[in-house]
Design a protein. Structure first.
Length: 307
């Protein structure tokens, strides 16, 4: 988990470095004599005030995808961070102030989701970027565009991997473990469902996944070095209950889990908002509750399919 956090910052810094070269990209074009006595040129101009509404799963990286380019293009930026993970945004503001950015150019607003509606309806804000759930993304896109704003809104995903009978299972299993359980599964690139084509493929795949899932080091995300955990806590008590409830629902519909944490450890894991996830075997990728819901994080749902 510590490595994931370092990776998040590295990917955010890549955008900062890209934004440092923005003058080359916004210098415009010039064409002479496009007609008799006519020259043509283009100018890039800032929009004005732009806003970003960001999710809890990457509280530093996603804002760093947005504001460096907005600021480099001459705009001022209003960031609404997630209520569940607000401190990274405050630290970013402190660093920008320390670097000499004038007051009012980068702004952080802590507010409820309802109050945040002003960011995509206020006429003083020219553009909005959003990353979060699909339902909210659709609502913000419709609302902000109806108020004449430029909008980009990125929603969630229910990613699937299809494992064919001739797949290299060693490479496949490694990819599945990283996709399903990296960053505690709380990312839009996560892999919540694996569809194994054919019962034989599914049996082999689950046999390989089960011991790896049971061996995952689950615990606090702040541990480093040899003590670093592979999967940390989910973001809130509500989220933990939702995930565990989905897993229980999948079992009640005939799915089989690949193993649970020891009974004596469950209370502590629940207090720490930790979820030990399991490969879940279902009959068909579309016939149960787990397959149709975006768990976020994924539960390593291994479904059976056929061609």
């Amino acid at each position: 988990m510590w490595s994931d956090a370092l990776g998040e910052l590295t990917r955010g810094m890549e955008v900062v470095e890209f934004a440092c070269g923005i003058p080359h990209l916004i210098k415009g074009e010039y064409s002479s004599d496009v007609g008799t006595g006519v020259d043509s040129y283009s100018l890039m101009q800032p929009l004005g005030v732009v806003a970003g509404i960001t999710p809890f799963n990457f509280p530093a990286m996603v804002p760093m995808w947005m504001f460096p380019l907005a600021l480099a293009c001459g705009n001022s930026f209003v960031l609404k961070p997630p209520a569940l993970a607000p401190t990274a945004a405050v630290r970013l503001a402190e660093l920008l102030k320390e670097a000499g950015l004038p007051d009012g150019v980068f702004n952080v607003v802590h507010c409820s989701n309802e109050d945040a509606e002003q960011l995509y309806t206020d006429p003083r804000i020219a553009a909005v970027s959003f990353v979060g759930s699909s339902g909210v993304a659709e609502y913000i896109y419709k609302t902000a565009s109806a108020h004449g704003k430029r909008v980009q809104a990125f929603g969630a995903a229910k990613n699937h991997a299809i494992v064919m009978p001739d797949a290299d299972l060693d490479a496949t299993v490694n990819a599945i473990m990283g996709g399903a359980f990296g960053s505690a599964g709380e990312r839009c690139m996560a892999l919540p469902v694996v569809v194994a084509v054919g019962d034989e493929t599914a049996d082999k795949l689950i046999a390989r996944l089960k011991p790896l899932v049971e061996a995952l080091k689950v615990g606090p995300g702040c541990m480093r070095g040899q003590e670093e955990n592979e999967m940390g806590p989910v973001v809130s008590d509500t989220h933990q209950k939702k995930v565990l409830g989905y897993i229980d629902k999948g079992e009640s519909e005939g799915g089989k889990t690949g193993g649970r944490w020891p009974q004596t450890a469950r209370a502590g894991l629940r207090r720490g908002l930790l979820c030990r996830r399991h490969p879940v075997r279902s009959r068909h990728p579309g016939d149960d509750h787990l397959a149709r819901r975006d768990l976020w994080p994924g539960a390593g749902d291994c479904a059976r399919g056929g061609l």
